[in-house]
Write a protein that binds this ligand. Structure first.
Ligand code: ATP
Length: 316
């Protein structure tokens, strides 16, 4: 991920919630409430372990963040945003944050366990997905994005690496470290709370408006969503190049190839999502919002109400 910031001062590092109106204030937990097992993965500032709740036996993914490392690298703000954005979420397609706690060295986030790993792994190994499978995952991702936006958050780093899969191969969107919390009544981004200008996200999925340094809005997630659909159907993201600079050139010039073999409904929705002007992009309020996307022929036959209870199509 790319994260560049200038200005702003770092708040003190604690994710312990002392505000009783905060969703995480109640039912506090401590390190010794869990038994820790296998490492699920490592990030730049964190290690994710299996954690078993001693009281209930339920297993979670416990993200352990090294405090000294975070402070040293000026990442305090992103850890706070991740906690605050995640704690607003309550959706089957999004990793849920149950509790946070700390000890002298570390902060801990107790999260839904997504045992089957990243969608990225499956895309790399198995793409192109068949249309039914791509449609299923696209629909789940769209519902997750809809919830994120409804809760006043822009994710800003939607990509297959951040879409995890649980035991039953349903999605759990994760990684809110690049998220932006927006005023629910105001769809546009204002100044960052700390008075900073920031560039966040991942080069290949960055929207053209971010490269033009316009204000970033929810539509940026729709651009990335278009890239993910393309990638599931072809095996590679639409704007690939050897360097970030060349990727940005391609994005600015809308330089991508639509494979002939894509079904026509897929071509249509991808083209509508990979639109440079966010106001003309599919999913924007002017074009009927997310409902208009759900009604697109690409999603014909999707059971929107029930999809998270269905058996996932096979990923062979
Ligand atoms: P970076 O911080 O460098 O951007 P990251 O975002 O992948 O990396 P983490 O969020 O700490 O860092 O995740 C590290 C790895 O742990 C992930 O790549 C993923 O494979 C695994 N992981 C993260 N969250 C979960 C989860 N809820 N369930 C299962 N595995 C997870």
């Amino acid at each position: 991920s790319l994260t560049h910031t200038t200005g702003g001062s770092e708040p003190t590092l604690s994710t312990e919630v002392d505000d009783p109106s905060h969703p995480l204030y109640h039912h506090r937990r401590i390190v010794s409430d869990f038994d820790y097992g296998d490492i699920l993965g490592e990030g730049s500032y964190s290690t994710v372990l299996i954690g078993k709740d001693k009281r209930t036996g339920k297993q979670y993914a416990v993200k352990r963040l090294d405090k000294a490392h975070i402070v040293k690298n000026n990442k305090v703000k992103y850890v706070m945003i991740e906690r605050d954005a995640l704690s607003r979420m309550n959706h089957p397609g999004i990793v849920k944050l149950y509790w946070t706690y700390k000890d002298n060295r570390s902060l801990y986030f107790v999260l839904d366990l997504a045992r089957s790993g990243e969608l990225y792994t499956y895309v790399r190994r198995l793409a192109p997905f068949d249309l039914e499978t791509a449609k299923f995952y696209a629909a789940e991702i769209l519902l997750a994005i809809e919830h994120i936006h409804e809760r006043g958050v822009i994710h800003r780093d939607i990509k297959p690496e951040n879409i995890l899969l649980d035991d039953s191969m349903h999605i759990k969107v994760t990684d809110f470290g690049s998220a932006k919390i927006i005023d629910e009544n105001n769809q546009q981004e204002g100044e960052d709370t700390a008075g900073t200008r920031s560039f966040v996200g991942t080069a290949e999925y960055v929207s053209p408006e971010l490269l033009r340094s316009d204000r970033v809005s929810k539509e940026a997630d729709m651009w990335a969503f278009g890239c993910v659909i393309y990638q599931m159907l072809s095996g590679k993201s639409p704007f690939k190049a050897p360097t970030d600079y060349l990727i940005f050139q391609k994005i600015k010039n809308l330089e991508y190839v639509m494979p002939d073999e894509f079904p026509s409904a897929a071509k249509d929705i991808i083209q509508k999502l990979l639109t440079s002007d966010p106001e003309q992009r599919f999913g924007s309020q002017t074009l009927g919002g997310i409902q208009a996307m759900k009604d697109h022929p690409f999603f014909d036959g999707v059971d929107w109400e029930n999809i998270f209870n269905l058996t996932a199509p096979p990923l062979k």
